[in-house]
Design a protein around this ligand. Sequence first.
Ligand code: ADP
Length: 444
Amino acid sequence: KSTTVPNVDGSINNTEEEDEEDVVDLAANSLLNKLIRQSLVESSHRVEVLQKDPSSPLYSVKTFEELRLKEELLKGIYAMGFNRPSKIQEMALPMMLAHPPQNLIAQSQSGTGKTAAFVLAMLSRVNVLELFPQCLCLAPTYELALQTGRVVERMGKFCVDVQVMYAIRGNRIPRGTDITKQIIIGTPGTVLDWCFKRKLIDLTKIHVFVLDEADVMIDTQGFSDQSIRIQRALPSECQMLLFSATFEDSVWQFAERIIPDPNVIKLRKEELTLNNIRQYYVLCENRKDKYQALCNIYGGITIGQAIIFCQTRRNAKWLTVEMMQDGHQVSLLSGELTVEQRASIIQRFRDGKEKVLITTNVCARGIDVKQVTIVVNFDLPINQAQEPDYETYLHRIGRTGRFGKKGLAFNMIEVDKLPLLMKIQDHFNSSIKQLDPEDMDEIE
Ligand code: ADP
């Protein structure tokens, strides 16, 4: 990577970085998802449950009342606008609140209600009369820990005697401090430090242990081992809960190491499909030519909102400037922005303040802006081996079959990239038609 040295005016010449593609940062993406999430993600799949003891009855709940929660907790849930448990909560909550406590491994995509579920479990298990840490939640980053803490604070708004503390870098607590807060949320390194070196937390008194975002966690060097060291020091009757948005083998192996005798709940992700997307390509000579084709498409059809993907930051910047000079309202989303800045750009776009969002791969995944009618691949997604990146193509253009609306996708292709496009067409077995940008009648 090139090192960047600021100029006298504070600007940065990072020309080498601009040619780089933005890589996907799991923790940043997860945070972004949380910041822009406003409601539950739907799923057409059934929840799969694997019970520790298959002979015991399986409970599910359709209302929060059935859970017999403390009055003030129920009030907090309703104040958040929740009417009934989400799909995953229907199954997970009875297990999490059972007596004796049961351990749980749960996997479902981001936005399906996992955080709300374990926050509820922690809040309902706190003994407010006891003033020491009782629930411990590990998160992969400082920012994600804060997000979870916010949910605790909102849901626990009426549980006035329940308090949260953050074990995160920068939160300096003098040795010997008597921590009276019942819920601790932190990153593995700092929690380990607070427990073993600084003796601020007595792990033998923890009765709910939550490991959130396990897939992001194992992606960070050292976090799996640190988490396991913490878990080993917990009392055997402590309830252990693990959550993950994905479940590759590595996550599963980690989950099984860290959660003894678990129940397992899975909700499969809604698959993306290209079936309800009409795909086109336009042959172009160069970047200028691609831009002209884009303008023709714009002039030719009525467009609600559009997302345009570029492969490098440099291309994305160039296109943004061109479009702005031509009087379009566009915004640029790329990897050098902080997650908060990205969230605010996405929010503005959702609110319709800009009609066009230009982006690099950072935005390729998981960000659904429902009103987007067209997606443009200003550059085809290509991997390091100069082969098509099928997965990214699907993530940029695909919609979920059941909930997604119809869409239009345009690929701007230099002649030498045509074989790659044909590979994409074959791979997905779905047709990508050539379009004469002078003749838009084909589309409408
Ligand atoms: P996850 O942890 O799986 O990403 P969250 O718990 O953060 O999911 O929930 C996603 C969004 O849905 C949040 O905005 C949350 O406030 C909301 N939410 C969670 N549970 C419910 C529910 N039962 N009813 C309505 N909204 C909910």
